[in-house]
Design a protein. Structure first.
Length: 114
């Protein structure tokens, strides 16, 4: 078990400067001229859980990106922290836009917090 204090401290520290990336079903990151990882901001963790504040807009695709099946969170040095399969996959074609809605990225220490 981990204390709520330690869980909150860890989440706040790790996610202080985080970036979100989009991945295909084969776990390869989107590789297109109009795509780049975006900064994502999280609220202060409570009870070992946090979620993103505000939306993250990836902008208009200038080419087909394919099917977005997973998201990944990266630290400021570009190291992958977490990858998660999405409940709903979405195909992004030229002129489409991918937006991550507020509170839709939830990170927690489920079942570990005491």
């Amino acid at each position: 078990m981990i204390s709520k204090y330690a869980a909150n401290l860890a989440l706040n520290s790790i996610l202080n400067e985080a970036y979100i990336g989009l991945f295909k079903e084969d776990s390869s990151e989107i590789n297109s001229i109009s795509y780049s990882r975006k900064r994502i901001f999280f609220k202060a963790a409570e009870n070992g859980e946090t979620s993103n504040v505000g939306s993250v807009d990836f902008g208009i695709a200038a080419e087909d990106w394919g099917i977005i099946a997973k998201i990944g969170l990266f630290d400021s040095s570009g190291k992958l922290l977490i990858m998660k399969e999405l409940d709903f996959k979405k195909e992004i074609r030229m002129t489409d836009n991918y937006i991550v809605n507020p509170t839709s990225v939830v990170i927690n220490f489920k079942n570990l917090v005491n």
